[in-house]
Every structure is written in C-alpha cells, then in structure tokens.
Design a protein around this ligand. Structure first.
Ligand SMILES: *Cc1c(COP(=O)(O)O)cnc(C)c1O
Length: 241
C-alpha cells in the first residue's frame, strides 16, 4: 500500500516532468494540497512529506484545523466563499482562489477595510459557461474588471477555473487554454500582471501545467479518496495526539 509520502513524491515528479515538457521554470508551479475533509493527522503527515500549502473549501473546517497544524503551513481558500464568512476567512488565508462575483469582491473590500487587511485573490472564471456553476463569464470579466481593480483592498493575482468533470485529462486542455488566453488578454487590457493560474486537479494537473498552471489543486491523488464530509474537532482525531 502506498503511503502519503510515496504519493507526494510521485506527484512531485509528475509536476517536474510536466514543467520540463512545457519548458517552464522549475519553481513555477506550486502544489496546493487539497486537504478538505481530512483530519489534522493527515495534514501533519503531508507537511512532513514536503507539502507547503493546503487548500480548504469550508471556512468552519479550516478555522478548526489551522490552529492544530504547524504555522509553517500556508492556507488557500479554494471554495465558493459565502458572504457571511468573509470576516472569518480573511485572517486565515493567504489566497482566496474562488472570488466569483462582483458582490463578493465588494464584500471582501469592505470587510478587509474594517479589519485593516488586504486580500490576495484569484477571479474564478466559468470557462465552460455552465449555468449551474459559480464564476465570472469571460464577458463579465471584461466589463467588470475596471470596477474590480478599483477595490484597493484586493490584490488580483490571477484567475482560477474548475472545468466540467473530464473522463480523460486531455478533455480539460481546451478549458485550461481558454483560461490562459483570457488571462493574457486581460493582462494586456488592464496592465495587471496576473501571475497566477489556478487550474488542474488530481486527474488533469499535468495537462494544466502544460497549459500554464502555476497552482494545481490536488486532493485525492495525495490524500486518497474523500469519504466523509467536513472534518470537525468533535472527531477526536488530531486533538488527542
Ligand atoms: C476538492 C477540490 C479539488 C481537489 O479535487 P481532487 O480531484 O480530489 O484532486 C480541487 N479544486 C477544488 C476547487 C476542489 O473543491
């Protein structure tokens, strides 16, 4: 049976290969270990193996876990941020991947101002224009970017996408390319440098890296399949170690 350390090494070498294949700089991709639902013990093991950055998608769950993990760990919020969770989220996370509407961006601006903080964010793009998905439509981004840029508590570091589930990694390539091209256009239009593209998950992160991903969000390939719902401290794991 493979251990988490084995899986981390394997993923790291796949990342390195994809970087080499794309002739990109060796340090141009960060693995965001998607630790949602997993108990603190698994996160500690990941940190020992070499993970530096965790991705969580629920503010409550992250808030319970973060104090139990070494403060060497970096935390990214990768989910849909609810308006009533902004105040709790801002002090916890170094990067918010899923800023998916002008409304939530305005909330972040207001709350960050009240807390005396600023927020690094990625704008989530609905690349497949799915009616059920969160995220800016590409057209909306063009029309709303100017207003987003006026929100001076937000550092817009780039774009993020969650394409439709793919059977084959290659099925995602077109969406990844779309996101990169959109970034390139917006960069020209706005003068923002937009250095980050958060795209690619367990099944397709290599293709995402070939298309320019700088942040890959990998959960099950590292931690194993998710069985439970959110981890909560009432499950004794992690507290009694
Ligand atoms: C859960 C999740 C992931 C990780 O998915 P895996 O397929 O387990 O790698 C990545 N991104 C987001 C936004 C997620 O919610």
């Amino acid at each position: 049976m493979s251990t988490l350390t084995d899986r981390f090494k394997h993923i790291s070498s796949q990342i390195s290969e994809a970087i080499a294949k794309a002739r990109r700089a060796a340090d141009s991709v960060t693995l965001v270990a998607v630790s949602k639902t997993h108990p603190p013990a698994a996160l500690r093991e990941a940190l020992e193996a070499g993970v530096t950055t965790f991705g969580e998608n629920r503010v409550q769950e992250a808030r319970a876990k973060i104090p139990l993990i070494s403060d060497r760990a970096r935390w990214h919020f990768i989910g849909h941020l609810q308006r009533n969770k902004v105040r709790q989220a801002l002090p916890l996370f170094d990067l918010l991947h899923g800023v998916d509407s002008l409304e939530i961006a305005r909330d972040i601006q207001r709350v960050a101002g009240e807390l005396g903080l600023s927020a690094h964010v990625l704008l989530e793009v609905n690349v497949a224009q799915e009616s059920t998905k969160f995220g800016f439509r590409p057209k909306q981004l063009y029309s709303q970017l100017e207003e987003l840029m006026r929100l001076d508590r937000l550092h817009i570091d780039g774009l993020m996408a969650i394409p439709p589930p793919a059977r084959e990694p290659e099925d995602s390539r077109g969406y990844f390319r779309t996101l990169r091209e959109l970034r390139d256009h917006l960069r020209k239009e706005s003068g923002l440098s937009l250095p980050h593209l958060s795209m690619g998950m367990s099944n397709d992160f290599c293709v995402a890296i070939e298309e320019g991903a700088t942040l890959v969000r990998v959960g099950s390939a590292l931690f194993g399949a998710r069985t439970g719902n959110a981890w909560s401290p009432s499950e004794s794991d992690g507290l009694d170690e």
